[in-house]
Design a protein around this ligand. Structure first.
Ligand SMILES: Cc1ncc(COP(=O)(O)O)c(C=O)c1O
Length: 394
């Protein structure tokens, strides 16, 4: 059996009629850029998040740097994030012209560790960009308190956790703005690129609307800006898919529960930690090998067994060749948890349209490998999860 990593075509086939109807509506409207379908989707997206505003942009990377620019953050400013995220989080900080400051993640959640942030602050610090990594929220309550105490902005990089909640808060509720990506593999993905910001701040909404459209709100009237728009065909696809997002996230959670039950006795790996009271939406289901040298071997075994497993992200940003490419960057404290995550992570196939027999095949293949090496397994958690837990992950 082959188990794919993505289910894009299956998903299209499940909602084909609704997507096709929206595409036809756009095509027949004669309005393809900043047209009525984009307006409709923006209203739906804001309602989904419970925010006043949503602005569609070209992709999730642009959403982050547009948010930073709209807040006036750029050269001379420092922005705190963590290095075990998709490269775009830091890239967006650099595109805005600011300095990226890396602090470590929590060993359990892999999200930014609030307890590491205050030691990293300088008078230049202007913002924190927490990433709701793999589908689980960062501790936004702790982060909001830190941001308020020091007059910082909070930009939630929510490319991976649309629909997630923390204990007592929703994504996009406590940040100044939340950005998201709709690249195809995301929990809400189009068949191509696009992204959005959601916010309750009218100035952010107005500024990004202008910036995304050549600095223009009115025909022929411009200030400095860019071209970063979410076009109406993608908006139509996303509008059709948004109606299914809750059910799809629930299905991801069910597959995660099946993986967790099937793999619970494996001694060579650690399973992802879902914090009590949080709604993890499992953009990715990431296990971690208890020895870094096992990662490549287990990955190889899975791929040879027909399981399309991958890694997210096997090279932390500060460990990439050439870092920091002449850009402003600073490492604040040790990055042990992030580095261990990079060394040990393996993502198992996770998408709503998986079948039970496929999930069971993946489980069987992981167990097969585990049985071979279990006698060498160290007691307790492996290096990626054995770091000191902090208040948010204990
Ligand atoms: C955490 C994170 N941030 C930012 C991005 C950038 O989004 P995009 O690829 O749409 O630019 C992605 C995904 O690709 C992501 O996973």
């Amino acid at each position: 059996m082959n188990v794919e990593f993505y289910g894009h075509v299956r998903q299209y086939q499940n909602v084909e009629t609704e997507i096709d109807a929206n595409l036809r509506e756009v095509l027949l409207s004669g309005q393809y850029v900043m047209g009525p379908m984009l307006k409709r989707f923006e209203a739906e997206l804001a309602a989904y998040h419970g925010t006043k505003y949503a602005v569609g942009v070209g992709n999730g990377t642009d959403a982050i740097w547009l948010a930073l620019m709209a807040l006036g953050i750029g050269p001379g400013d420092e922005v705190i994030t963590h290095p075990n995220t998709f490269f775009a989080t830091a890239e967006a900080i650099w595109i805005a012209g600011a300095t990226a400051v890396f602090v470590d993640c929590c060993p359990q959640t892999k999200c930014i560790c609030p307890e590491k942030i205050e030691a990293a602050l300088t008078p230049k610090t202007k913002a924190i960009v927490p990433v709701h990594l793999y589908g689980q929220c960062a501790d936004m309550i702790a982060l909001r308190k830190i941001a308020d105490r020091h007059g910082l902005k909070l930009i939630e990089d929510n490319a991976q956790a649309i629909g997630a909640c923390g204990k007592g808060f929703k994504v996009a509720e406590l940040g100044d703005v939340a950005t998201t990506s709709f690249i195809i593999q995301k929990n809400l993905g189009t068949f191509g690129d696009s992204g959005a910001l959601v916010t309750n701040n009218p100035d952010m909404d107005a500024r990004v609307r202008q910036l995304r459209n050549h600095g223009s709100n009115q025909r022929n009237v411009h200030s400095y800006g860019f071209n970063s728009r979410l076009d109406d065909l993608h908006a139509g696809i996303l509008s059709a898919k948004l109606k299914h997002l809750e059910a799809w996230n629930d299905q991801r959670r069910q597959w995660a529960a099946r993986y967790a039950a099937g793999l619970k006795d494996c001694r060579t790996i650690d399973l992802p930690v879902a914090l009590p009271g949080y709604r993890h939406v499992y953009h990715l289901y990431v296990i971690e090998t208890k020895k870094p040298e096992w990662r490549g071997r287990l990955l190889d075994h899975l791929v040879k067994s027909g399981v399309d497993a991958k890694t997210h992200y096997s090279i932390a940003i500060h460990q990439q060749a050439g870092y920091p490419w002449g850009k402003g960057a600073r490492i604040a404290g040790d990055l042990t948890n992030a580095e261990a995550n990079a060394a040990c992570c393996i993502s198992l196939p996770m998408f709503p349209e998986l079948r039970a027999d496929e999930v069971d095949h993946v489980i069987a293949k992981v167990k097969e490998w585990d049985a071979r090496f279990t006698f060498q397994a160290p007691a307790g958690k492996g290096p990626a999860q054995s770091g000191k837990t902090c208040a948010c992950c204990s």
